[in-house]
Design a protein around this ligand. Structure first.
Ligand code: TYM
Length: 374
């Protein structure tokens, strides 16, 4: 359970307190996604993904610039990633599903980085062997999202470091220790591997430019926790004669407990892509909702969807129709629906979604080689 009074902290490794997204835009110095930008995207995509319609992707840097370039005939590449610390949960899928939408509609190449080096260096208990095993397992989830096998290259840092290293050291040469200390909160006791690591995560943003020999715009879709890395990438880009990478940031899918983002460190409040139907039902059955203690009170006073995790899951991923989401919200407030009904519907939807994802995951075992960068 998250203490709502706690100070808001959002870093690549810690997300805690009640998250105020407007405040984050101010703190991080990013821009809100305006209706004008949404209209511009719609002109190219024909339809707006629900994560845009519902402002799940809510903030950006230079998205308008990416659209300018695109409209002038310059294609951009996409870049996103995963730090393999354990099984993938459906929160991770939020930016990946959206990245696929961008890949499909803008016919964009994607670099997908798996930072097994980061996870090995950050977790005192992780062996390199474990992280490499998880790398392969997580790659199956990435492929199961449905990315184009020709246009997508997965980079496993430890295995493909030769693709990154010469760019990474050029980036690193322009980043001082005091900058990474200030941006990432490193201390004297931090191991020196993590001090270099931000250069490795910045690098794929420049990979297409380096490989093609032509400056290529790059757009990074991710939750806002990854933003500190892009500050490093954006500061160094002009020094290396690359474009600054643009970003589009999403909110966090909450966990099933009271407050807080979905995080594997609280597995009982987390739906993993490999969970069985029984496990999913049990987790959803125990979810924190905005319901009243008794059915009678719920019918009389209604529930509060604003704090309900079950409602949030429909909103983020499991109800495509905006009308139906609105209707669900209204019926909940009016006491016309009780929590058990919503939980049953949600469990069915999550299980249908996972059944299909798990089927594609199995198929992905034959495709992994094709997706990894050479
Ligand atoms: P990682 O593995 O922590 O997270 C993978 C992606 O999932 C996002 N994310 C979430 N999105 C919505 N709701 C949640 N509850 C949630 N939890 C995590 C993260 O923002 C991320 O986009 N260092 C990175 C790996 C990485 C990367 C990148 C990520 C390398 N290059 C480029 C994004 C873009 C990491 O450990 O992500």
């Amino acid at each position: 359970m998250v203490n709502e009074e706690e100070e808001m902290i959002v870093t690549p490794w810690v997300v805690s307190g009640r998250i105020d997204y407007d405040k984050l835009i101010q703190q991080f110095g990013t821009q809100p996604i305006t209706d004008e930008i949404l209209e511009r995207i719609k002109k190219h995509t024909g339809e707006l993904h629900l994560q845009l319609r519902r402002k799940i992707f809510f903030s950006h840097r230079d998205l308008d610039w990416i659209l300018d370039r695109y409209e002038e005939g310059e294609k951009f590449v996409l870049y996103t990633g995963r730090g393999p610390s354990g099984p993938v949960h459906i929160g991770h899928l939020i930016p990946w599903i959206f990245t696929k939408y961008l890949q499909d509609h803008f016919d964009a190449k994607l670099y997908f980085q798996i930072t097994n080096d980061e996870r090995f260096l950050y977790h005192p208990d992780f062996s390199l062997k474990d992280t490499m095993k998880i790398t392969y397992d997580n790659a199956l989830d990435v492929i199961a999202v449905g990315f184009d096998s020709v246009k997508t290259k997965i980079i496993s840092d430890v295995e493909h470091i030769s693709v990154l290293y010469d760019i990474a050291i050029k980036v690193a040469k322009h980043v001082t220790f005091s900058t990474v200390k200030a941006v990432f909160g490193y201390e004297d006791a931090s191991n020196i591997g993590i001090i270099f690591f931000p250069a490795i995560q910045a690098t794929p943003a420049f990979l297409e430019s380096a490989l093609s020999g032509q400056r290529t715009p790059c757009l990074i879709p991710a939750a806002i926790d990854q933003d500190p890395f892009w500050r490093i990438a954006r500061d160094t880009a002009p020094k290396l004669n690359y474009y600054k990478p643009a970003q589009i940031h999403c909110r966090f899918l909450p966990g099933l407990g009271k407050g807080g983002k979905m995080s594997a460190s609280l597995p009982e409040t987390c739906i993993f892509t490999v969970d069985s139907p029984e496990v999913v039902e049990k987790k959803i059955w125990n979810a924190f909702t905005g319901g009243k203690p008794t059915e009678k009170e719920q019918r009389e006073f209604g529930g509060d969807p604003a704090i309900c995790t079950v409602y949030q899951y429909f909103y983020f991923l499991f109800e495509e129709s905006d009308e139906k989401v609105k209707e669900l919200e209204n019926r909940c407030r009016l006491g016309e629906v009780i929590c058990g009904e919503c939980k049953d519907i949600l469990a069915d939807r999550v299980n249908a979604f996972l059944r299909e994802h798990q089927r594609r995951r199995e198929q992905a075992k034959n495709l992994v080689k094709k997706f990894f960068i050479k």
